[in-house]
Design a protein around this ligand. Structure first.
Ligand SMILES: Nc1nc(=O)c2c([nH]1)NC[C@@H]1CN(c3ccc(C(=O)N[C@@H](CCC(=O)O)C(=O)O)cc3)CN21
Ligand SMILES: CC(C)C(=O)C(=O)O
Ligand SMILES: [Mg+2]
Length: 264
């Protein structure tokens, strides 16, 4: 695989080639996932839950994400590296620039922010300063206490329209990628069709430009409750590399996610 860039991701959307993204938090998995054909690696603030054992992502710090971004960047040659901006690390454009500087210096190629049109100035400011930005709409886990749990978003028509408006506003502000989490498949399909930039889904049905999963979910390592939209690819594959090759292939062929992983 040659180096994946924002231009390449955009071209993949135009060509109808599905983007496979997965989280990783260290060099070993970053290398393995890249060899398995993953296009993009996310250093997700999900690490607060899967690595640190917390009940939410809220305690994760910029230093935590920077540390794991450096680990992933050291294990990666060609994947496009996206780092999550943690809870309360982008409350103003100035704070966002300071946080993003730490993550870009750690080796990220893009930062991801949770939220809608109120982040337009922040997105524009980061982009002007040379930091590509990924949006994140739908179930934004940093707002778990506002939502009252990790719940499907955009089920009502009015709420769906609001998510569409936020997606348009973020694209206009300059985001170059958008994650849509835990929304009805039809809403994700509509937004993916309307926006020029690639849209990556998780629990958003099959009709986005790509998919993302938390690596522990894709490998069946998560114990207790696992979200409906996840799939254990290791169960059928026998080894980690083959499991992630299967994930990439099923995303490419539109076989994952199936209806059993989606909200309709
Ligand atoms: N292991 C793991 N996987 C993830 O996908 C993930 C994390 N951790 N940590 C950070 C956030 C939290 N996420 C979550 C967690 C739970 C649900 C969940 O329980 N969803 C219900 C939806 C129920 C409904 O409203 O219908 C589901 O059944 O999937 C969704 C996303 C996604 N992210
Ligand atoms: C689930 C993905 C999209 C994420 O934001 C994370 O891993 O933190
Ligand atoms: Mg996250």
């Amino acid at each position: 695989m040659s180096k994946i860039t924002t231009a390449r991701l955009q071209a993949m959307k135009q060509a109808g080639q599905k983007i496979a993204m997965i989280t990783a938090y260290d060099a070993t998995f970053a290398t393995l996932f890249e060899q398995a054909g993953v296009h993009s690696i996310l250093i997700g603030d999900s690490l607060g839950m899967v690595l640190q054992g917390e009940a939410s992502t809220l305690k994760v710090s910029v230093d935590d994400i920077a540390y794991h971004t450096r680990c992933v960047a050291n294990g990666s040659k060609n994947a496009f590296i996206v780092a999550d901006m943690p809870f309360m690390s982008y409350s103003t454009p100035e704070q966002a620039c300071a946080s993003a500087a730490a993550l870009m210096r750690a080796g990220a190629h893009m930062v991801k922010l949770e939220g809608g049109d109120w982040l337009a100035d922040t997105v524009a400011q980061l982009t002007r300063q040379g930091v590509p930005v990924c949006g994140h709409l739908g179930l934004t886990p940093q707002s778990v206490h506002v939502f009252g749990g990790f719940k499907l978003q955009g089920r009502e028509a009015e709420q769906a329209e609001q998510i569409k408006r936020h997606a348009r506003a973020l694209e206009a502000a300059g985001i170059q990628l958008l994650v849509l989490e835990c929304v009805p498949s039809q809403l994700a399909a509509d937004i993916s069709r309307e926006l020029r930039i690639p849209v990556i889904g998780i629990g958003a049905g099959p009709d986005t430009d790509g998919q993302v999963l938390v690596m522990q979910d894709a490998l069946g390592l998560t114990s207790g409750y696992v979200p409906k939209f996840t799939k254990n690819f290791l169960a059928e594959s026998g080894n980690v590399r083959a499991a992630i090759e299967t994930y990439v292939a099923e995303v490419a062929e539109g076989r994952f996610p199936g209806p059993e992983h989606s909200f309709n």
